[in-house]
Design a protein around this ligand. Structure first.
Ligand code: FBP
Ligand code: MN
Length: 643
């Protein structure tokens, strides 16, 4: 370390004792069991269901309660206590309404506070006191610590301790304390969260999920294809922008754009009203709980067509200027015979149905009308100037990566594009050919560049963000081509099929997975690949744990639209010092039902892997960082205090 760095460090550690204390502290932390990691994916805007999984720690909260209270409490009481910890404010209201006198309520307060104070030391037994302190509700830290670290060997303090609780109750602070402790418990149960992609699209409240993640104590994100679509739109890609709007229209979620992000859709609506009529292919897909009038549905149907046509037109010039994308097959507007209402794809001619090509000039099909151009330009300006979207997109960039190596595992939303023999597929971009990890690194570099230059809308980096959404060798898409056009306009379902990359059957093979782990510099004996993206069809007997346990697919199945094809809601994964556990979730109905019935929509556990020896912080990513810090501190000690 150079002198300047040492000087800086010596300012913070300005005595030998301070350095030594920190070294001892860090060395000790290395010997603690590793914290629990929680993996979720494919949240798709389902804020309520996600909240539930987050608050119950995929079943961990209840498990801890059972461990401690199974001999004292009935199943129902355990459930009720668990629900109080998940949703303290709401549950407190419900419980309090059952009491008829203050005495009864106060007794209940005492018991519950006592139980919470029993649970906290258990839930925090892997952590240092400092870490626990950070998790405590700040306004009550002193009082809680007094109660947590009670030592009354000589019974001098019995009255002192009971007076603390009594005063809290009589000063009407009990609700606040209970809520605070509930969040402490939630936080202690999961040390670190991994969101393996697809926060956005299909469901109604991705913005609220983002706000939750922003407040979460420790997390990382692996971008999903839908997330990069939003990033791309914000970074200046008009075609990504058209896509996010199209998907919002398709799922009747334009409120996200208008109300959550404050973007004015009036210009788009005017265009839609002028050119489009009702069209069955563009009616919004409803998921049950939306209350829309016929008039509103019609309006959405028109917007849906208007933005879909803008999207198709915007794709054309990109495909033409980017040979390396190899997407000529997708120049479909140019393959339409507008008089005969037919399209020829891969040598086959299909009749078009539900066409809405009134703004298309057959001589120059990709040309945007002046009005369309203005609409998309205005929309781009608005989304780039939405304060809330800016905050969310910046956070997504800050916490996100295309893939992550964490504690020996490889986390990636989609895939690593492979050929059918299991070799890495390559792409040649600006004369350079790359595959596997190197290709993914290039994708990420381009995405970051595009994000840093929102004013550039047609450069390679911006076009590549769209490629990540839809390109054959995108690690997020993982399919040969996206058949959006065919699904709107062609009846023959065989044209709708999107052929998956060979990765999706090769990943069943242990050797292939081991090789991929090695390619990413991970130990194949220890590591796992953790994927999201593809719903696991439990109905058809598909197993989320593949390749002898090397591959785990955890599409959380939050997306209501897909639940009928999977049979259950989906999976999450937990990884603590004893190993990995897969948790299967049943469909989540509503918070209200959980509150009332106390039912938990959980969860079959399957053991993915069991550590032979308990895994310690020393063997984790954090452990590596701590070891580096220790080395630096030792250097400081040598240089400044040992001479
Ligand atoms: O069913 P929808 O909403 O039309 O979406 C289908 C499209 O979504 C995709 O499946 C991508 O989204 P996922 O990442 O959620 O799978 C495309 O392959 C497909 O064209
Ligand atoms: Mn996906």
């Amino acid at each position: 370390m150079n002198k300047k760095h040492l000087d800086l460090l010596a300012e913070k550690y300005d005595s030998e004792e301070k350095v030594v204390t920190e070294i001892i502290n860090l060395e000790a932390i290395l010997n603690l069991p590793k914290g629990t990691e929680h993996f979720v994916s494919d949240l798709h805007g389902e804020y309520q269901a996600f909240q539930h999984v987050l608050r119950n720690g995929s079943g961990k909260v209840k498990e801890k309660i059972s461990d401690i209270f199974k001999n004292e409490l009935t199943e129902d009481e355990i459930s009720e206590f668990a629900t109080l910890i998940y949703y303290p404010e709401e549950k407190l209201k419900l419980i309090k309404s059952n009491f008829t006198s203050d005495e009864e309520l106060n007794e209940w307060y005492k018991t519950i506070i006592e139980r919470m104070l029993q649970l906290i030391p258990y839930a925090s037994s892997k952590y240092t006191r400092t870490k626990l302190r950070k998790a405590l509700p700040s306004q009550f830290v002193f009082l809680i610590e007094e109660l947590l670290y009670k030592t009354d060997k000589y019974t001098n303090k019995t009255d002192y301790y009971s007076s603390i609780t009594e005063q809290i109750i009589s000063l009407r602070q009990a609700d606040k304390l209970i809520s605070g402790l509930a969040y402490t418990i939630q936080r202690l149960v999961v040390d670190h969260l991994h969101v393996v992609g697809d926060i956005y699209d299909r469901g109604p409240e991705p913005d609220k999920i983002m706000d939750t993640l922003i407040d979460y104590h420790s997390l990382d994100i692996q971008w999903g294809n839908h997330d990069v679509l939003w990033l791309g739109a914000y970074a200046g890609s008009k075609v990504c922008l058209a896509n996010i709007l199209r998907i919002c229209a398709r799922y009747a979620n334009l409120d996200i754009i208008e109300d959550a992000y404050g973007i004015n859709l009036r210009p788009l609506l005017n265009l839609a009203e002028k050119y489009y009529e009702d069209n069955p292919a563009f009616r919004p897909k409803l998921q049950g709980d939306e209350r829309l009038t016929e008039q509103e549905k019609l309006q959405i149907t028109k917007i849906h067509q208007a933005i879909a046509m803008i999207q198709f037109k915007l794709e054309s010039p990109i495909i033409k200027r980017r040979d390396c994308f190899n997407m000529e097959g997708r120049l479909l507007l140019e393959k339409v015979d507008y008089d005969r209402k037919e399209v020829t794809i891969k040598g086959e001619t299909h009749p078009l149905e539900n066409g809405c090509f009134q703004t298309v000039d057959p001589e120059d099909p990709a040309r945007l009308l002046e009005e369309e151009q203005q609409v998309i330009d205005k929309l781009l300006f608005s989304i780039q100037h939405s304060e809330k979207l800016t905050r969310h997109m910046k956070f997504l960039m800050k916490k996100g990566n295309l893939y992550l190596k964490y504690n020996g595992n490889l986390l990636i939303h989609g895939c690593i594009p492979l050929d059918k023999d299991g070799n890495m597929e390559t792409m040649t971009i600006e004369g350079e050919t790359r595959g596997g990890r190197e290709l993914l690194d290039l994708f990420e570099e381009k995405l970051r560049y595009s994000f840093a230059h929102p004013e550039m809308t047609e450069d390679l980096a911006t076009d590549m963000v769209w490629y990540l959404w839809t390109g054959e060798y995108s690690s997020l898409f993982g399919k040969r081509e996206m058949t959006t056009f065919e699904r709107y306009f062609i009846k023959d379902k065989s044209t709708h099929k999107e052929e998956k990359n060979p990765y999706y059957y090769l990943r069943e093979n242990e050797d292939v997975c081991r090789k991929m782990l090695e390619d990413f510099g991970l130990d194949p004996a220890q590591g796992h690949i953790i994927n999201g993206h593809t719903p696991v069809k439990e109905i058809e007997g598909e197993n989320p744990v593949k390749a002898g346990g090397k591959m785990v697919v955890i599409d959380g199945g939050f997306s209501k639209a897909y639940q009928s094809t999977t049979g259950i809601a989906g999976y999450t994964l937990l990884f603590n010092s004893f190993g990995m556990q897969l948790v299967a979730h049943q469909k989540f109905s509503s918070k209200e039902e959980v509150l009332k019935e106390g039912i938990d929509v959980l969860s079959v556990r399957r053991l993915v892997d069991k550590e032979l020896e308990r895994k310690m912080v020393r063997e984790t990513n954090i452990g590596e960082e701590i070891k580096e810090q220790i080395a630096t501190l030792r250097e400081l000690l040598e240089a400044r205090y040992m001479k």
